[in-house]
Write a protein that binds this ligand. Sequence first.
Ligand code: ADP
Ligand code: GLC
Length: 480
Amino acid sequence: MRIVHAASEMFPYIKTGGLADAVAALAGALADKGHEVAIFIPGYRSVLEGHLGPGAKPSHKLKIEMGDSFLAGDVFTLNPRPGVTLHLIAREEFFDRKLPYWTGERDYDDNDARFIFFQKAVVELLRLTDFKADIVHCHDWQTGMLPVFLREAERRYDVTLALKTVFTIHNIAYQGVFPRKSFALTNLPEELMTIDGLEYYDQMCMLKAGILYADRVTTVSPQYAKEIQTPEFGNGMDGVIRTRLEDLHGLLNGIDTAVWSPSTDPSLPARYSAEDLAGKAVCRTKLLKEVGLDAKFKGPVFGMVCRFTPAKGLDLVLGAKEFFADENCRLIVLGAGEKKYEASLREFAATMPGKIAVCVRQDEALSHLVEAGSDFFLMPSLFEPCGLNQMYSQAYGTVPLASNVGGLVDTVTDLDAHPEAGTGIVFAPKQDDFTGGLRRALVLYADQEKYAGAQRRAMQRDFSWTKAVAAYEQLYSAAL
Ligand code: ADP
Ligand code: GLC
């Protein structure tokens, strides 16, 4: 099949969270299966600086209609691996910025124009190159309008650009909602801006467009597919989701074992496997040292790596102050995001010097070391569409503490409920339950045989994309 993926981030070019990993791994796995894959991402500053040689020339120059004017854009094209073409859509005004979505304090004011431009550029390039896609697969709100833009261009130019479209919701809480006047930038027929179309409480919603107009809608775990049909998890979109139940599928993400395997991971000081865990102890020592904690510490080490946003359950961690103060354990948190959490976590660490380390930055190598060097990995998310870290931690023999939501339900088996099959500690994302989970971890750690059993079972789980990609191939074929 000829498959297009369009997304606002992709590892290793630009990553703020799991979307980047999921898109890269899915696209790569499809190429490995022999499909022809074209990927589109915005040419952000760091992407162009990091991945284009000096004097790189654009492969295409675009003129994109945006309301009353036409804006120029450049496309840089790379071939990162056999079967994959990567198109970077560049325009200095929109993408030459340090961070992809926000200033670090608040969202950019022109995210509507930036991502309308990006999506229209994808469509225009598919037209200019006559790619003839079987499937155009869009990810999250930044590409939610692609299905409509595609069909509109096909009508205008009387061509076929794509046979079927798929829209994947990686997180329904991010919706791309903009003032009604942003609709003028789309150049779409006015009748689309109604309650049955893009309108959402008198505003324009890009996520809603994806849900309504793609041929198939998917989300990243079976459990989250059920949850988003409910008001509790639907974030106001549950009604719209319920209009697409026949075409809605929850397909679990995998993990890219070429990037996330303790036996080959180049970020680790020592490598290890389920058969021989000796290297894990070396990683633990290195981790403690690297974050400034006593490298000889003997008790349990809890690790956490996440975007600093309320959904990740950071308030539950901060709320467990007494636990961390009283118990003989260590906590290491790596992340960045909302300033409020950066400050409160730093303060948290300052109140318990030598016990808690908080690293506020984006650091891919350290994220691997936290996965490998911790004894337990914390994921007390309030909701979690799929979650990759709990899969990474299981692959690295690090027992996850995960709340009972979304993809965490589909990927972590509770040790109390299933003593013979358990791989982690599962709890409801509430303060008492989370603290109870932390206490269960201490008890488990004290029983090294039981702990080793959980580790071994976790490491033996197959979370690879081999399984996950087959589900997408089936979905594409069925759609076609
Ligand atoms: P989400 O996509 O909601 O952020 P996931 O669990 O799916 O959650 O994926 C998060 C990914 O982002 C993981 O690969 C995690 O290691 C990574 N990550 C988050 N924060 C950081 C950070 N500060 N430095 C390095 N990697 C990070
Ligand atoms: C989103 C979700 C996360 C998921 C990732 C990849 O960022 O928050 O749960 O794992 O996308 O699909």
